[in-house]
Design a protein around this ligand. Sequence first.
Ligand code: AMP
Ligand code: MG
Length: 433
Amino acid sequence: MNTPSASVMNLQDITGCMSDCDPEALTVEQAQDIIREYIQPVCGTEKLTIRQALGRVLAVDITSPINVPAHDNSAMDGYALSGENLSGGQELSLKVIGAALAGIAFTGTIEPHQCVRIMTGAVLPAGCDTVIPQEFTSKVSDSEIRFSVGNLRAGDNRRLKGEDLAMGKIAVRKGKILTPADLGLLASLGIPEVSVQRRLRVAIFSTGNELRSLGEVLEAGSVYDSNRYTLYGMLTRLGCEVLDMGVVQDSPEALEAIMRSACENADAIITSGGVSVGDADHTRRMMERLGDISFWSIAMRPGRPMAFGKINSSGKSAYLFGLPGNPVAVMVSFYFFARQALQQLMGADTKPLPLISVKSDTAIRKRPGRTEIQRGILAMRDDGELGVSTTGSQGSGILRSMSEANCMIVLPHDQGSVAPDDKVRILLFEGLI
Ligand code: AMP
Ligand code: MG
């Protein structure tokens, strides 16, 4: 069977290629698969200094222009010698004929039964391949040392030229999101600038007549728009440029204008609210009118309704994630669907975040047939093991639960209730780098 190439595939094609795929009852994994199939990375790169490149996506493989380390060198403070000396008796006495310090090489020649005082990192003198650590030697005089050969073998305590990285080998791969370690690695290779993918521009707006922006008066029945702030935070952490387009009232004219403007000025659009069935219908209808959009009901809690696809305006197009309105659902849907998709869009080599298995401190009620994401607090228990507890009430409007949590407890589709001390999987909010 001929399947259309990914670039011309619309959502119907992709969904049609997947067996057992019902937009009214998608599993989390099915929705993630469809999004992954549909997204095509944006093109465009820029050259930046390595400091500016922190958190950006590397656009080309970086091969090492040098050997690291550049020379065989010492891993210890001690004395450098030729391993051939070691074939003799148990006790060895060697004449110290000079010193090699980090940055100052010993350039003389070395004869049998001679050695050179050497410091960690110093280049091994010609003819030396072994270092005896200082603490295993005793001084006979200022120019002679003794040691027992014992367990020392030729080649010990030597770092080989190119053992970290050989010249011509790939040091950092295209698609890597650059970390502090990568900046150091690039610097160690003498590379001052790298080519990175251009920053993604992501437009956000909120829909709902009840929403008020900060600074506005909160009348009875209205709420402050918090989703634009959580989205701003999550997108900024992801390295995106955020185009905040405010709150839009639920009218066809206002929705069309904001959607077109977002589409013409951004690579992706993230909206919140207005995608549930029975919601004031203009948002859904306008999304549908402007592009290739599917409306899903995902078997998950929180976050069931979601719109996904692409809209077009004046010859430009932008991916669209129509997230639910509830503040916790917005964050959970962002982390489970938009985060990896945006990384893919920015050309990053993405992998699902690792889930960690830990014991649950408490019972958790859960019914099979949907993925549940509860807010958790991971902590060290009195018995020295890690345990996770929920933040309490898990309503999808309770943003405090997200703020207090340090992880999400991910209870998979087929899982039933959890008993105390059962293992559960968690997704930590913060990583080290
Ligand atoms: P909706 O998905 O539009 O039906 O919204 C579900 C719930 O989330 C409603 O209680 C809304 O008031 C609330 N909500 C929607 N958008 C926002 C927002 N931007 N900030 C805070 N709450 C919101
Ligand atoms: Mg609404």
